[in-house]
Ligand binder design. Structure first.
Ligand code: SF4
Length: 421
């Protein structure tokens, strides 16, 4: 296929495809799907080899948000039966983070519901970052606290935050239909503030909210222009009790095309498979590893993920390897650019990756789109028997493409249910 040859050539050269080329990826047939995956996989291997970076979510503050993001189980008026709690203490958050690190996570993502942090909240998170870094040497910390006010990005950076996540989520044209309490421009501005403060920017999307192919191209091209270092791709988890509870628009094949398109448009960026992978990709998850170089380990903000042991086995079975703490995730040119912008330099890595091979909410909330519940006490769970698949994952193998809303199961902080990472 000439299209795929062109896209591979451009991806290897970090050249932007045309909009028509990106649209054509989304329009490929099921017969062509393996060729699409193989082509995008070549680009993925060029920049990230066979490595898979693991990330771990800690929900610092859950529910009770005054914003109205339609996809979010923590939104104003949400009837989703999620955990609701105010700020975890620094040692509680650090304990939760340690569980993820023990499972192989290189990055801990600290997420809090809400429009944005107060200055006092920034103080709390700063203390939490200090506690996590003291107890987990070398771990990357990403904060995801919503819209930032003047000076807050710099304070977080000075407190040791390596990265900041704020997703664009969808195209500018459709943003108003998803959220009315803040704007797309607000989100762009926060990502830019994080970059200006020297943090590595993480910004992605949620697919499956009823958007068109053109909307998907718009948001991914906007992300490329914004130039984050990582792009989480979420697939909507249609939570019961949210306005999008009936939105079942995705098939595993569609998800793979969206991931491939994202890889072609953002070839050297950490593309992360985020919320909703268990629900929508189901048994096709291993194929997605040929496209993304990063996933979340364990649960999401307000729902459960696949058991951590199952993830690790999937990575090994598919011929990939978990990225070690002494390896730089980003290709050297990106790591150098981040360092030049005032970042820490190569994120958690001591060895420069070999040239050409180096290398966040699905309905959840502010962070990586698949709402994830804090998994505290996760440490050591990988040594135990895998937990039964989550409510979401357990139903996944037999779930039809258009199924009913997802009921939230609650594990982790504040419950006596064991976390599953
Ligand atoms: S995505 Fe964030 S800002 Fe929007 S409703 Fe959820 S927690 Fe609030």
């Amino acid at each position: 296929m000439d299209l795929l040859k062109t896209l591979v050539d451009k991806g290897l050269r970090r050249e932007l495809p045309t909009r028509d080329e990106a649209l054509a990826v989304l329009a490929t047939s099921d017969e062509e799907l393996l060729d699409v995956v193989a082509a995008a996989g070549r680009v993925r291997r060029q920049w990230f080899g066979r490595r898979v970076k693991l990330n771990y979510l800690v929900n610092l503050k859950s529910g009770l948000c005054p914003e109205d993001c339609s996809y979010c189980s923590q939104r104003l008026g949400s009837k989703a039966e999620i955990l609701k709690y105010t700020w975890l203490k620094p040692d509680e958050a650090s304990q939760a983070a340690a569980a993820g690190v023990a499972g192989g996570a290189k990055r801990v993502c600290l997420v809090a519901s809400g429009r944005g942090p107060t200055d006092r909240d920034v103080d709390r998170v700063s203390q939490t970052i200090a506690a996590i870094k003291e107890q987990n040497e070398g771990v990357e910390v990403c904060a995801c606290l919503g819209l930032l006010s003047d000076g807050q990005a710099t304070r977080l950076r000075e407190a040791g935050a390596d990265a900041y996540n704020h997703n664009l989520n969808t195209s500018e044209a459709t943003y108003g239909a998803i959220t009315s309490t803040h704007t797309y421009a607000d989100r762009v501005e926060t990502v830019q503030q994080a970059q200006a403060a020297g943090m590595s920017a993480c910004s992605g999307l949620i697919a499956g909210m009823g958007e068109s192919d053109a909307d998907l191209i718009d948001v991914v091209f906007s992300l490329r222009e914004l130039n984050p270092d990582s792009v989480p791709v979420n697939f909507l988890i249609p939570f019961e009790g949210t306005p999008l509870a009936k939105e079942w628009n995705l098939t595993p094949q569609r998800c793979l095309r969206i991931l491939a398109m994202t890889r072609f448009v953002c070839p050297d960026v950490e593309v992360r498979l985020a919320g909703g992978r268990e629900v929508h990709l189901r048994s096709m998850q291993p194929l997605a590893l040929h496209l993304v170089n990063s996933i979340f380990l364990g649960d999401y903000l307000t729902s459960e993920g696949q058991a951590g042991q199952v993830d690790l086995a999937m990575i090994a079975d598919a011929g990939f390897e978990v990225e070690g703490a002494d390896t730089t995730t980003l290709p050297q040119h990106r790591a150098d650019a981040l360092a030049a912008a005032g970042g820490h330099g190569p994120l958690t890595g001591h060895d420069a990756p070999a040239a050409g091979s180096c290398g966040s909410h699905g309905g959840g909330g502010c962070g990586p789109c698949g709402d994830d519940t804090v998994r505290d006490g996760v440490a050591g769970d990988l040594a135990k028997d895998p937990q039964p698949a989550t409510a979401v994952a357990a139903a996944a193998p037999s779930r039809p493409s258009h199924a009913g809303p997802v009921a939230v199961r609650r594990r982790g902080a504040g419950t006596d249910l064991p976390p599953n990472a």
